[in-house]
Write a protein that binds this ligand. Structure first.
Ligand code: PMP
Length: 398
């Protein structure tokens, strides 16, 4: 059987995403392993109306084949959104609508990566991006993350020694899995480095509008002078992941090629969904919807930080995010996180988290834990994190 599959399937055969979801907690368990937005916030009534409006506005045409270059109104709405929320000035022709940010990552990998091409990723990084890029068999280089984002000294050193590096993938806002945000100074410097060493930056930022404290920063793309930055965002975290709508902002030469690849793959994102989103944006205030979610997410973040401060053993370090969904714990090297999860946290404590190694291109670092705070109540946070702290304390003492 093995011989019938293409090389890329064999190369990408490690199922990085599936590894994230191991372990059954049953009903009474507390899941810190999730990554999805809170379904209680889904604007179902408004979306129902938006679908109705779409059918009324477009009639039969709604159920026809669409063209990838269609939906110029939604793309126009997104240029305003990009300007207002990310300080990016762009045009509808510079935007491609995709099926979630995930499809954008896959298409960009397909567009840019030959087998063996050199790409830089953060260590740790978003596992879904690794799983998309894996298919194109690139050569990964890791760069460490600091509390203010990528270590640019390390990056520049790498660029000096590997002039073939083509692409850098970064999640600059409330990073998945660490929650870290790249500073303003680093954003500007990163663009300068891309110009100097001639590589592209893939800025993937589905969480950027979910800021609970501090000041919003301009996107890396806003500093782009020569077309080095591909900006990817999504409606999954701020609205509903089931819509499967994401978008790319890039130079037209890139957008045109991505569009061709998307057409070859799926012809188009379902037109009904795009038209409903367009109507939703037209008749509702998306900013207000987001603002309505922030207090709950903010309290959960603060609750988690407070219990961590109160109960975690001193040997454990953790990030202090200002938004997004995740906090990252760094444990002493000697602790086997996977074993702790499988043998203590899931069966005894009835809590789950994502073990850090899945977020590394080379899976060589074992001592991280990703905790989700957005999908758990404050009571669950208190109970679950206290249990985790106790189990970690015992593991450290052993
Ligand atoms: N990028 C990052 C950093 C993510 O966390 C996610 C979702 N977990 C995605 C992209 C893809 O999301 P979607 O396809 O739902 O837009």
């Amino acid at each position: 059987m093995g011989d019938i599959f293409a090389d890329r399937v064999v190369v990408g055969s490690e199922d990085r995403l599936a590894e994230m979801f191991g372990g059954d907690l049953g009903n009474e368990g507390i899941k810190f392993s999730a990554g999805n937005p809170n379904a209680q916030f889904f604007p179902v009534t408004e979306m129902k109306q938006a679908f109705n409006h779409a059918i009324e506005a477009y009639g039969n045409q709604m159920f026809e084949y669409q063209t990838v270059s269609g939906f110029s109104q939604l793309r126009r709405q997104l240029t305003t959104w990009a300007e207002q929320t990310a300080q990016i000035s762009t045009t509808p022709a510079n935007i491609l609508l995709t099926q979630g940010g995930q499809q954008a990552l896959d298409l960009i990998g397909k567009l840019l990566l030959n087998a063996g091409d050199e790409i830089v990723v953060e260590a740790p990084t978003y596992v879904g991006a690794l799983s998309a890029f894996d298919q194109y068999d690139p050569r990964y280089y890791d760069v460490a993350l600091e509390p203010d984002g990528l270590n640019l000294t390390q990056l520049e050193h790498l660029l000096q020694h590997h002039p073939g590096i083509k692409l850098l993938y970064t999640v600059p806002d409330f990073h998945n899995p660490t929650g870290v945000t790249m500073s303003l100074a680093k954003r500007k410097r990163l663009v300068t480095l891309a110009e100097k060493y001639d590589f592209l930056i893939l800025e993937d930022t589905p969480y950027r509008d979910l800021r609970y404290k501090g000041k919003q920063l301009p996107a890396i793309k806003s500093f782009d002078r020569q077309g080095h930055v591909l900006f990817v965002s999504s409606f999954s975290k701020i609205l509903m992941p089931g819509l499967r709508v994401g978008w790319v902002v890039a130079d037209q030469a890139i957008i045109q090629r991505l569009r061709k690849l998307k057409t070859s793959s799926d012809l188009e994102t379902p037109g009904l969904v795009l038209a409903a989103l367009e109507q939703y944006m037209e008749h509702n205030d998306l900013k207000k919807h987001i603002a309505g979610m922030l207090p709950t997410y903010r309290s959960r973040l603060e609750a988690m930080l407070a219990v961590l401060d109160e109960t975690m053993p001193a040997e454990v370090e953790y990030t202090r995010p200002e938004g997004g969904f995740f906090i990252w714990l760094t444990l002493p090297d000697a602790i086997n996180v996977q074993k702790l999860l499988n043998e203590t946290c899931i069966p005894e404590d009835k809590i789950s988290f994502v073990p850090g190694k899945v977020f590394y291109a080379h899976k060589d670092q074992q001592n991280g834990i990703r905790l989700n705070f957005s999908g758990v109540s404050e009571e669950q946070i208190k109970l679950g994190i206290t249990k985790l702290s106790n189990s970690l304390r015992q593991a450290i003492m052993l």
